[in-house]
Design a protein around this ligand. Structure first.
Ligand code: FCB
Length: 439
């Protein structure tokens, strides 16, 4: 299955239209010194209004699947309580248009834009978040569960918990690792409860979650660097997958973080470990990990790695395609995961548009081609990967980096909001039509 991904806050705009409530990203971006150049997602790509044209372009460019997220605050402006039908109507129109166009919808419930009203009660640190999320999920399933074949509870829970509550670079902008670990636990609990709601509803589709296993390598063979690398893997990977597949947290990590370990109640792991139908994997980076006494709670410093001959992207991220093969195989082997999908992969690259707004982004094509080869290598070695989604369908609001980094197959001119497919969009159309690289 060949697709592309976006998320609600990054593309929709219309942040306060048709009854939508305030999310933590609305609040965060409206504060000074949070986002590069003070940019916000107030308008973003204006997808909320331009959705029909966007879906028409997806169809023209041969997309088979589209992975997007729902803004919790469109559905429940206060996060709980009264459902805003207009919010659900929008997503119903989107889903129906996709289905008419022959495009499979893959819907994420939490791509980080948590309701501000619930944040005022503690956000993901508040244990009630799990039940609030399950109720929100239930309201969405009730409207769309008969038609949407793929559901994702959370996108990248590590980023949600740690960049939001620990490192403070994403909303809500907190700097507290105890909160980050507690938020991670409640995200897992929320995931389990939402899966339970989905199963109880007897819906015909599949449900899973998406996480981001960067590939980490020890900077040197020293014992200290190897141990630091294990800690980083434990926090970003095992912290989320061990509970889901093995009903436990990685003990060595819990020992290391000591007082920051999350509070867990009896029975929590039973809820968290609901069987899932698939695992989504977002792959961007491979990093070298070195022990460093000054590098935070894990005492681990990470440095981007690029494979020989590859530079870095406009975000300063390395390019290391073999990391995708390694990450898929490691997860396949350790967790015997059910089906896997690469739910995001792509690169932020500059690209100067010509007079017609067209960008000949050959670097993106090279990047995607090499990652597809890496994905194919993982499949050949036994990983059960059923689909691949490019991040992103179109240029959009890249969180704290604002509109600088451009990940899209389609260029968006943020002055006029005009969309122009890049060279990579035509290349990808041909890959899809061929069902492969044709090599
Ligand atoms: C991922 C996010 C996505 C986008 C890409 C570049 O971590 O899920 O929203 O920002 O990175």
């Amino acid at each position: 299955m060949w697709g592309a991904s976006t998320s609600a806050y990054q593309i929709e705009g219309a942040w306060n239209q048709d009854g939508k409530g305030e999310s933590i990203w609305d609040r965060f971006t409206h504060q000074p010194y949070r986002v590069q150049h003070g940019q916000t997602g107030d308008v973003a790509c204006d997808h909320y209004r331009r959705m029909p044209q966007d879906v028409a372009m997806m169809r023209e460019l041969g997309l088979q699947a589209y992975h997007f997220s729902i803004a919790w605050t469109r559905v429940l402006p206060e996060g709980r309580g009264q459902v805003n039908q207009k919010g659900l109507d929008f997503y119903e129109r989107l889903v129906d248009r996709l289905l008419e166009a022959g495009i499979v919808p893959n819907v994420t419930l939490n791509h980080w834009d948590y309701p501000q009203s619930l944040m005022d009660l503690g956000g993901w640190v508040n244990r009630d978040s799990a039940a609030w999320f399950a109720d929100y999920a239930g309201a969405v399933f009730a409207r769309l569960g008969d038609r949407v074949p793929f559901w994702v509870t959370h996108n990248e829970p590590w980023v949600c918990a740690f960049l939001g509550y620990g490192y403070g670079v994403h909303a809500p902008g907190l700097h507290d690792f105890s909160k980050a670990y507690q938020a991670a636990h409640h995200l897992l609990l929320a995931h389990g409860q939402a899966v339970q709601v989905y199963r109880q509803g007897g819906y015909p589709g599949q449900i899973g979650l998406v996480f981001d296993p960067n590939h980490y390598l020890p900077a040197t063979p020293s014992e200290a660097d190897q141990a630091a690398c294990r800690r980083v893997r434990q926090e970003t990977r095992e912290l989320f997958l061990d509970p889901i597949f093995f009903k436990r947290y990685p003990a060595a990590l819990m020992d290391w973080i000591g007082p920051h370990a999350p509070q867990v109640q009896a029975g929590d792991f039973e809820v968290i470990a609901q069987p899932i139908d698939f695992l989504g994997i977002n792959y961007y980076r491979t990093e070298a990990v070195a022990f460093d006494l000054e590098a935070g709670l894990l005492r681990a410093r990470t440095t981007p790695l690029s494979a020989p001959g590859w530079g870095t992207t406009a975000m300063g991220w390395g390019i290391y395609p073999a990391g995708l093969t390694a990450a898929l195989l490691e997860i396949h082997e350790k967790y015997a995961a059910p089906a896997m999908y690469v739910t995001e992969n792509g690169a932020a690259l500059e690209g100067v548009p010509d007079a017609n707004g067209f960008v000949a982004d050959w670097e993106r094509i090279a990047y995607l081609r090499e990652h597809l080869r890496a994905l194919h290598a993982a499949i050949r070695q036994g990983a059960d990967v059923r689909g691949y989604y490019v991040w992103s369908w179109m240029d959009n609001f890249e969180w704290a980096r604002g509109y600088g980094p451009r990940f899209g197959l389609v260029r968006v001119d943020f002055e006029t909001l005009a969309r122009t497919p890049k060279q990579s969009a035509y290349w990808y159309r041909d890959v899809i039509a061929r069902n492969g690289l044709g090599e």
